[in-house]
Ligand binder design. Sequence first.
Ligand code: ADP
Ligand code: MG
Length: 348
Amino acid sequence: PPVSLRMRIRQLPPQLINQIAAGEVIERPASVVKELVENAFDAGARQVEVDVEEGGVRLIRIRDDGCGIDREDLGLALSRHATSKIASLEDLERVATLGFRGEALSSISAIARLTLTSRTADAPCGWRVSADGSESGFEIQPAQHARGTTVEVRDLFYNTPARRKFLRAEKTEFGHIQMLVQRMALARFDVGLRLRHNQREVLRLRPDTEEAGGAERIGALCGSDFLEQALRVDFEASGLRLHGWVGLPTFSRSQADLQFFYVNRRLVRDKLVGHAVRQAYQDVMYHQRQPVYVLYLEIDPGLVDVNAHPAKLEVRFREGRMVHDFLFSALHRSIAGHRPGQAVGVVE
Ligand code: ADP
Ligand code: MG
């Protein structure tokens, strides 16, 4: 008989449980950056610094000036299913933070060497805790740190050879990180961001002022031509608000590489959204061209399920039809007047 039938059932050790969880959340270095920047945003940071070495495999260090973590909570922060963001099912059903699963730090610490240094506003000094996946408990030591948190992740996948094998060239992995940081930067204009690779500065974004309302950042990340050829939209109806920028139909692209959609400041990929947008452009854009947009949907958190995917890239709308129709009609109204060749821009 197959061997498995003769084996006894056993409880897996915690490190292996965390490594299995990490398989779903941490696909590559950029996934680590995503989780850590989300944590910085959730902590109310105004400035986030990302340092990367060798495509993130050797080092990812993220420093923020957010609320910090209490000394007594440092061990818990690295434990699985431990979170400060939700406490009950009611909380889960209306999560307003980016994180809530309490899995990122424990997963990362199971597949890399992780050091967490943090200081809260009222603590006399910072504290540091390290974890490398072994089960030797956490040792907490005092450390220099300003208010905020630094997470250092070294030697990603050093103990999971199967994952390590799937890593691409340094340049490719860094490309994913850069793309990710740009996407996250579009989610929060009010947060300054800096990205460095192998000590070289790649991106530096100041927080956008209230008046600029994101225009400066949009220009920096999407290009000034996008700003010039995009319509600013802002619609509100039935408790939903859609705002941001949509490209004129004449400013289309052959690839879907300038399409960003955020639900409550969370970047998502969603079929329903994609469909509504395509439909809105249908009559005014040449077949096979891709519209460009940076759009923000604000919706009651109780009407979206963000717990649809371990990496939290997908959401489910409780009232999908209503959301779809709202998006379609808002966008359709904005762009309906613009037919190919009619407005400014280049038509191929
Ligand atoms: P989650 O974000 O889902 O709660 P994580 O494993 O990412 O789970 O983080 C665990 C906990 O550690 C968080 O709930 C938060 O309390 C704390 N934490 C993590 N990163 C930071 C940070 N940069 N600043 C402040 N607290 C943090
Ligand atoms: Mg998190």
